[in-house]
Design a protein around this ligand. Sequence first.
Ligand SMILES: NC(=O)c1ccc[n+]([C@@H]2O[C@H](COP(=O)([O-])OP(=O)(O)OC[C@H]3O[C@@H](n4cnc5c(N)ncnc54)[C@H](O)[C@@H]3O)[C@@H](O)[C@H]2O)c1
Length: 441
Amino acid sequence: MIPLNPILSHIDNIPSTAGKFKPEKSSVCYIHHRLRFHISHPKLTLWPIIFLSFILFFFFLSPTSTTAPRRGLRTTTTTSHGGSSRWETRLKSSAKPRSCTGHTVLVTGAVGFIGAHASVALKRRGDGVVGLDNFNRYYDVNLKHSRKSKLLDRAGVFVVEGDINDDVLLRRIFDLVQFTHVLHLAAQAGVRYAMINPNSYIKSNIDGFVNLLEAVKSITEPPAMVWASSSSVYGLNSKVPFSEKDRTDQPASLYAATKKAGEEIAHAYNHIYGLSITGLRFFTVYGPWGRPDMAYFFFTKDILNRKEISIFEGDNHGTIARDFTYIDDVVKGCLSAIDTANKSSGNGGKKKGEFRIINLGNTSPVSVHKLVRILEKLLKMKAKKKVVLMPRNGDVALTHANISLARIELGYEPRMDLEMGLKKFVKWYLDYYDVKKKSSW
Ligand SMILES: NC(=O)c1ccc[n+]([C@@H]2O[C@H](COP(=O)([O-])OP(=O)(O)OC[C@H]3O[C@@H](n4cnc5c(N)ncnc54)[C@H](O)[C@@H]3O)[C@@H](O)[C@H]2O)c1
């Protein structure tokens, strides 16, 4: 059985690695010139030479004299990425589509829940795929490694271990491969963790996103971008179902605020640099290989361990409900967003790349009480329930997607109902954690 590590044991994972030294030509020439001058005056030579030798010694040792960021060398040319032609060969080969009509996609957050499924689906249908992920410890990193070995490696998707904040690494990847699309899913997810580690949201969802957009906009033929926004941007909006035209200026969590900021930032990059950008607002995605910080996942774990679970309710016993959306439906939406995206026109292009924001939900919210009833049935175990008033921790009472735009733009039609989807999740969970089914009915 693979144990679940504590979920909230995140370590910020911004790489800080050693740098490459490149002396500036002009200073070397200048020193060389000075040296020659002193050698021609023997009496004055000894002390200046010693002095200059010291300067040269420290000059060549100094890490700050390089033009490349210090962290660049290790991330790109030693240990984790090999720095070898083998690393480059594997990356390029993974990026190659099966046919000349296939796409070449960089998937960030590739060992994450949605990233792993999307990468495999792209690869299976013949697209070239390269994954990028920093394998952070927000939740059990063993699960990320298992997604890599059991899903991505088997499908032939090469994953680069690195951070979207590493501009040297991004430049290197984009130099090696001409991507047609970037599916950007890397982010600090989860609404409640923002109260514990707010900066992780800024680093990945704002800084990292801008860093990626900067890298993309610098490419001569920039790829189109499809990226994960979130239903959380609807925040305290009470008008349902949530439509893309509704207000999104009342976030209930820092997570939501960073996703909303991401949408505005993306718009600016579309406007100025002609990048084609589609933001997908995902609604509570669930399924096999899911995220341990989500209720359906930790309820399953706690029910099996006979631990009490807290079921939130709103003011005046108001129901808390989510528009649970099965992973396969979301993946289909992502692939369709890639297929229907216009090309980026690039800086100075006559035609501006498009900017789209689209809901990807199931459009049939289910109460948390019903979620627990389904899990009890599937696990054949009674949950120990405690009903508590929902704390003000970033959660909202209800999510419900209007998916009319997704239908028009993407031909999107969610197929899986919660009972069937949870059946698949529970089957995976029992198998993955090697749980022997017990009945306490
Ligand atoms: N799962 C959902 O219900 C849901 C709902 C709305 C939005 N989203 C968004 O969808 C995307 C994918 O979500 P998920 O559920 O697969 O989450 P996830 O946490 O499983 O996947 C995100 C992956 O990104 C990686 N990552 C984080 N910061 C990074 C960085 N700076 N550089 C490189 N890699 C980094 C993590 O290691 C992780 O593997 C996220 O952007 C999330 O905010 C998810």
